[in-house]
Design a protein around this ligand. Structure first.
Ligand code: ZN
Length: 149
Protein backbone atom coordinates (compact mmCIF):
# COMPACT_ATOMS: atom_id res chain seq x y z
CA UNK A 1 0.00 0.00 0.00
CA UNK A 2 1.40 3.31 -1.06
CA UNK A 3 0.88 6.39 1.12
CA UNK A 4 0.09 9.57 -0.75
CA UNK A 5 -0.81 12.94 0.65
CA UNK A 6 -4.36 13.99 0.24
CA UNK A 7 -4.71 17.05 -1.98
CA UNK A 8 -7.45 18.48 0.31
CA UNK A 9 -5.05 18.98 3.27
CA UNK A 10 -3.80 22.52 3.18
CA UNK A 11 -0.07 22.83 3.73
CA UNK A 12 1.05 25.62 6.09
CA UNK A 13 2.40 28.62 4.30
CA UNK A 14 4.44 31.47 5.75
CA UNK A 15 1.49 33.82 5.40
CA UNK A 16 -0.54 31.71 7.86
CA UNK A 17 1.81 32.42 10.77
CA UNK A 18 1.24 35.25 13.20
CA UNK A 19 3.38 38.30 12.56
CA UNK A 20 6.26 38.61 14.99
CA UNK A 21 5.30 42.06 16.27
CA UNK A 22 1.84 40.90 17.38
CA UNK A 23 1.92 38.88 20.60
CA UNK A 24 -0.12 35.68 20.50
CA UNK A 25 -1.88 36.15 23.84
CA UNK A 26 -5.30 34.94 24.95
CA UNK A 27 -8.02 37.57 24.99
CA UNK A 28 -7.95 39.76 28.10
CA UNK A 29 -4.30 39.09 28.94
CA UNK A 30 -1.66 41.73 28.59
CA UNK A 31 1.93 41.12 27.66
CA UNK A 32 4.21 40.60 30.67
CA UNK A 33 7.70 42.03 30.73
CA UNK A 34 10.52 39.61 30.09
CA UNK A 35 13.05 39.18 32.87
CA UNK A 36 16.81 39.10 32.34
CA UNK A 37 17.64 35.51 33.28
CA UNK A 38 21.41 36.01 33.16
CA UNK A 39 21.37 38.82 35.72
CA UNK A 40 18.90 36.84 37.85
CA UNK A 41 21.11 33.73 37.78
CA UNK A 42 24.16 35.78 38.80
CA UNK A 43 22.16 37.20 41.72
CA UNK A 44 21.03 33.70 42.64
CA UNK A 45 24.62 32.44 42.61
CA UNK A 46 25.44 35.24 45.09
CA UNK A 47 22.51 34.00 47.24
CA UNK A 48 20.62 37.23 46.65
CA UNK A 49 17.06 37.93 45.61
CA UNK A 50 16.76 37.35 41.83
CA UNK A 51 14.60 40.46 41.47
CA UNK A 52 16.59 43.18 43.29
CA UNK A 53 19.93 41.52 44.06
CA UNK A 54 19.96 43.02 47.55
CA UNK A 55 17.82 40.89 49.88
CA UNK A 56 18.97 37.48 51.03
CA UNK A 57 17.53 34.48 49.20
CA UNK A 58 18.06 31.70 51.76
CA UNK A 59 17.87 31.21 55.49
CA UNK A 60 19.19 28.28 57.57
CA UNK A 61 21.49 26.97 54.81
CA UNK A 62 19.02 25.74 52.16
CA UNK A 63 15.56 27.11 53.01
CA UNK A 64 14.27 29.75 50.59
CA UNK A 65 12.81 32.81 52.30
CA UNK A 66 9.07 33.42 51.96
CA UNK A 67 9.71 36.81 50.37
CA UNK A 68 12.55 39.25 49.84
CA UNK A 69 13.32 41.52 52.80
CA UNK A 70 14.42 44.33 50.49
CA UNK A 71 11.92 44.44 47.60
CA UNK A 72 9.13 42.16 48.84
CA UNK A 73 9.36 39.78 45.87
CA UNK A 74 7.53 36.53 46.68
CA UNK A 75 10.03 33.69 46.70
CA UNK A 76 7.85 30.82 47.96
CA UNK A 77 6.81 29.88 44.41
CA UNK A 78 10.10 28.09 43.81
CA UNK A 79 10.13 24.37 43.07
CA UNK A 80 13.84 23.62 43.06
CA UNK A 81 13.38 19.99 44.22
CA UNK A 82 16.43 17.87 43.33
CA UNK A 83 17.84 20.29 40.74
CA UNK A 84 20.48 21.92 43.00
CA UNK A 85 21.72 18.54 44.26
CA UNK A 86 21.91 17.21 40.72
CA UNK A 87 23.89 20.25 39.51
CA UNK A 88 26.21 20.04 42.52
CA UNK A 89 26.96 16.37 41.89
CA UNK A 90 27.45 17.07 38.20
CA UNK A 91 30.01 19.84 38.81
CA UNK A 92 31.83 18.41 41.85
CA UNK A 93 31.92 14.94 40.35
CA UNK A 94 33.57 16.15 37.17
CA UNK A 95 36.14 18.38 38.91
CA UNK A 96 37.07 15.96 41.69
CA UNK A 97 36.92 12.90 39.44
CA UNK A 98 39.56 14.34 37.13
CA UNK A 99 41.55 15.74 40.06
CA UNK A 100 41.64 12.29 41.67
CA UNK A 101 43.06 10.66 38.55
CA UNK A 102 45.57 13.43 37.83
CA UNK A 103 46.78 13.56 41.44
CA UNK A 104 47.22 9.81 41.66
CA UNK A 105 49.08 9.53 38.35
CA UNK A 106 51.39 12.51 38.95
CA UNK A 107 52.18 12.20 42.66
CA UNK A 108 51.40 8.56 43.60
CA UNK A 109 50.35 9.39 47.17
CA UNK A 110 49.36 6.74 49.68
CA UNK A 111 45.85 5.67 48.57
CA UNK A 112 44.38 6.10 52.05
CA UNK A 113 45.76 9.64 52.34
CA UNK A 114 44.51 10.49 48.85
CA UNK A 115 41.06 9.07 49.64
CA UNK A 116 40.82 11.05 52.88
CA UNK A 117 41.95 14.31 51.27
CA UNK A 118 39.69 13.91 48.25
CA UNK A 119 36.73 12.99 50.47
CA UNK A 120 37.25 16.10 52.59
CA UNK A 121 37.60 18.32 49.51
CA UNK A 122 34.52 16.73 47.92
CA UNK A 123 32.38 17.25 51.02
CA UNK A 124 33.60 20.82 51.50
CA UNK A 125 33.09 21.75 47.85
CA UNK A 126 29.62 20.18 47.77
CA UNK A 127 28.50 21.97 50.92
CA UNK A 128 29.79 25.28 49.52
CA UNK A 129 28.23 24.78 46.09
CA UNK A 130 24.80 23.37 47.04
CA UNK A 131 23.19 26.65 48.28
CA UNK A 132 24.61 28.50 45.27
CA UNK A 133 23.07 25.94 42.91
CA UNK A 134 19.78 26.36 44.75
CA UNK A 135 20.06 30.11 44.23
CA UNK A 136 20.75 29.50 40.54
CA UNK A 137 17.71 27.24 40.10
CA UNK A 138 15.35 29.52 42.03
CA UNK A 139 16.59 32.57 40.13
CA UNK A 140 16.12 30.84 36.77
CA UNK A 141 12.58 29.81 37.75
CA UNK A 142 11.87 33.41 38.76
CA UNK A 143 13.28 34.80 35.52
CA UNK A 144 11.24 32.40 33.38
CA UNK A 145 8.10 32.99 35.52
CA UNK A 146 7.78 29.31 36.35
CA UNK A 147 5.47 27.93 39.04
CA UNK A 148 3.64 31.21 39.68
CA UNK A 149 6.59 33.60 39.89
ZN1 ZN B 1 14.44 41.50 46.38
Amino acid sequence: MQHTESPEIEQPTPTMHMPKDEPNLPEGETEVETRDWKAAVLRGLRLRCPSCGEGKLLHSYLKVRHSCDHCGQELFHNRADDGPAYLTILIVGHILGFALHITFVLYRPDPLVLALIMSAVTIGTSLWLLPRMKGLVVAYQWAKRMHGF
